[in-house]
Design a protein around this ligand. Structure first.
Ligand code: KG4
Ligand code: ZN
Length: 322
């Protein structure tokens, strides 16, 4: 079965074609939003990118048998473009289509790439979310932690902007940190140590104040290094806390921020020290892509069948289970 995956929840247009374990195509078109995503521009750019790229993929590999698309959550304009496109294409081609949840797609991707079994604990770290989700089975998830305010990716992006780095800020901070000669100079406040949940707004404010007060051009690399290390430590500590509570030995991190090597290494070490094993999707498919949508769409199609053609996009989503 050839499955087309269409991802347009934010600013990356992802189109992938999957057949069994073969990735026939996986095109990711990154939009340029130097100061942060402008929703109106993002929606327009998806519109332009989708038709041209789909045509090329179909010319090369033939028609799909199923269309999977992200219908929630995300920027509503971007979601409208992707869902309308996907449903119209499926209807015109007389093939079934299925709408999927973007977060569930991030959560399921490592299961497919790393071929791991349920249950596993997933740290889902992206521009909009910071969650620890216990995945017991397909469509059977329990959320143990979420952020009470900003998401971790959003915090990277805002701190980076304050440092004069371009959007998206996460990879820029990681790059800049590599230039650090001095290390361990910047200290950050400890937040939500005893809670299951995350909070990043206090850290963001403290980081921005520190940048304004004392971070000269020469000190920026050290700041990035220390900030990244701090966030990695914070995420790994919470991961360990919840994994111990549940008693789960399979750890997974996914979402854009899971592309960060410092964070991956810290999580890997925490897992190893506690007798668990950590898994990550390949770095280039941590950020948004159509492949994860195709992977989840195929699994859900076999379980539940196709979606109705009147399935609408939703900016927010209902939590699976708290
Ligand atoms: O999953 P994603 O592509 O989109 C959302 O679902 O939000 O995640 C995007 C986020 C951005 O905040 C970006 O700065 C962050 O992932 N990110 C990173 C890295 N690569 C992307 N953060 C830290 N280090 C990275 N290498
Ligand atoms: Zn995402």
């Amino acid at each position: 079965m050839k499955v087309l995956g269409i991802e347009t929840s934010c600013d990356d247009t992802g189109i992938a074609l999957l057949e069994g374990r073969s990735i026939l195509a996986n095109v990711i078109l990154k939009q340029e939003h130097k100061k942060g995503v402008i929703p109106e521009y993002a929606a327009r750019a998806h519109h332009v990118a989708l038709a041209d790229n789909l045509k090329k993929i179909i010319n090369e590999h033939g028609k799909p048998d199923l269309v999977a698309y992200t219908n929630e959550p995300g920027l509503i304009g971007s979601l409208f473009v992707g869902t309308s496109f996907a449903k119209s294409f499926a209807y015109a081609s007389q093939i079934p289509c299925i709408g999927v949840n973007h977060l569930e797609a991030h959560l399921i991707l490592p299961k497919w790439t790393e071929q791991i079994e349920f249950p596993y604990l997933c740290l889902l770290i992206s521009g909009g979310h910071t969650m620890l989700i216990y995945a017991k089975d397909l469509n059977d998830y329990e959320i143990f932690s979420t952020t009470l305010d900003d998401a971790v990716g959003e915090t990277f992006d805002k701190v980076a902007r304050h440092l004069g780095l371009i959007y998206p800020g996460g990879p820029e901070i990681e790059k800049k940190a590599k230039e650090a000669k001095e290390k361990g100079i910047n200290k950050f406040p400890k937040v939500m140590v005893h809670s299951n949940n995350f909070s990043f707004s206090g850290l963001k404010t403290a980081a921005i104040e520190q940048i304004d007060k004392e971070t000269t051009e020469e000190k920026k690399a050290t700041f990035c290094y220390d900030f990244q290390e701090y966030v990695a430590e914070l995420l790994a500590t919470k991961f360990l806390k919840i994994a111990k509570q549940i008693g789960v030995k399979t750890w997974v991190a996914s979402g854009g921020v899971a592309a960060n090597m410092c964070i991956r290494n810290r999580i890997e070490k925490a897992a190893k020290d506690s007798g668990a094993q950590a898994y990550f999707p390949p770095i280039d498919i941590c950020t948004d892509n159509g492949l994860m949508v195709a992977v989840l769409g195929e699994m859900l199609y076999h379980k539940n069948g196709p979606s109705a053609l009147d399935l609408r996009p939703k900016a927010q989503f209902e939590y699976w289970r708290r």
